[in-house]
Design a protein around this ligand. Structure first.
Ligand code: KG4
Ligand code: ZN
Length: 336
């Protein structure tokens, strides 16, 4: 009986999540308590409210993850937890919970990088996926083009110079009046619009072909809307949503495929909340097919923040011998 059973905890932003993962890739439970309804009232995540809600929910979420998996704390091999990057107060709740359980049950404690978790989400439904591969990580806080050299060995090829892709979706959605979180709402509205209606900019960073910039695009959308109002023209919100989304997608695909070509990669994966965008998936899929490259992506539920991905990442760290002490702290700006 050599099964490795991990309990994983994730609380870096506005989802309180716990999961039991067997041998790295078999998810026995994946419980997510979302705070979105609460933060919607304020148009974005309020850190102090997030921390408090995590505290209220964490024990219940962990219990549900264990019960659904049909295991008890005594069956576990280790505890995995996200310790950064993210909101410090939010992270601390998960880290404290993980430490308490690990201490009480004398279990190894494995801290995980949130972005590593997003990348590892790809292993869950692609049992044969193994490094090396390239991964485009697009979430609310991060936009990274990562070379996965081995389990737990990452090289960041490119990153955003300003806003993350998801952040741009959220800001444009707010400007259009769609509310938070903006990504899914923009995607829905974009289906009724023309992606070629408005020529929004596709920023290219001169000294790094893999880096991104989305703040100029966001400003261009705001300027366009103001221009319409000044001229007394009606604003076609569906065209704005579609044209904005297309501009983001074009840049993501362009940079990712440049890296695929330069590194002769045979597999491209995507990860993070924005990776659940169907139009983005289709565009990446098409580009990969044209190049004869394998395309991997997690199901939407494994794209947005969850603890199953943290369990998978923690498993590979655990197998490498990574163990954290009781001094494990939340690191809001943790580097990959
Ligand atoms: O990975 P995630 O759940 O949290 C972070 O680690 O940031 O990503 C959340 C982000 C939000 O900005 C949200 O608007 C965006 O992912 N998002 C989407 C879609 N679903 C979520 N963006 C575009 N299209 C979507 N369908
Ligand atoms: Zn995330």
């Amino acid at each position: 009986e050599n099964d490795v059973l991990l309990l994983a905890i994730e609380s870096s932003c506005d989802e309180t999540a716990a999961s039991v993962v067997k041998n790295g890739r078999t998810v026995l439970s994946n419980v997510i308590s979302s705070q979105i309804e609460l933060h919607k009232l304020y148009g974005g995540v309020v850190p102090e409210i997030a921390s408090r809600k995590h505290i209220e929910k964490i024990n219940q979420v962990v219990k549900e993850a264990l019960d659904t998996a049909g295991v008890t704390l005594d069956d576990l091999s280790a505890i995995g937890v996200t310790y950064g990057p993210g909101l410090v107060g939010a992270l601390l709740v998960g880290v404290a919970e993980a430490k308490a359980i690990a201490y009480a049950k004398k279990l190894p404690l494995v801290g995980v990088h949130h972005i590593e978790g997003h990348i590892c989400a790809n292993y869950i439904e692609n049992p044969d996926l193994e490094p090396p591969f390239l991964c485009l990580v697009v979430s609310g806080g991060h936009t990274h083009l990562v070379r996965v050299k081995d389990y737990g060995a990452y090289e960041i090829l490119g990153r955003t110079r300003d806003d993350a892709a998801g952040e741009a979706f959220d800001k444009v959605a707010r400007a259009i009046g769609l509310g938070y979180p903006g990504g899914p709402k923009i995607e829905k509205l974009a289906k009724e619009g023309d992606p070629h209606a408005i020529p929004f900019p596709r920023a290219k960073i001169e000294d790094c072909a893999y880096d991104f910039s989305f703040s100029g695009l966001k400003s261009a959308v705001l300027n366009y809307m103001n221009g319409c109002k000044m001229k007394g023209e009606a604003v076609n919100e569906a065209d704005i949503a579609a044209s904005f989304q297309q501009a983001v997608i074009d840049v993501l695909v362009r940079n990712a495929m440049q890296a695929v070509e330069d590194y002769q990669a045979d597999t491209l994966a995507i990860a993070g909340g924005v990776a659940s965008n169907g139009t983005l998936r289709e565009a990446v899929q098409k580009a990969c097919r044209e190049k004869g490259v394998r395309f991997c992506h997690p199901s939407p539920i494994l794209c947005t923040d969850n603890a199953a991905m943290i369990g998978t990442a923690a498993y590979y760290e655990y197998q490498k011998g990574v163990r954290h002490g009781w001094d494990l702290n939340a690191v809001p700006n943790l580097k990959l």
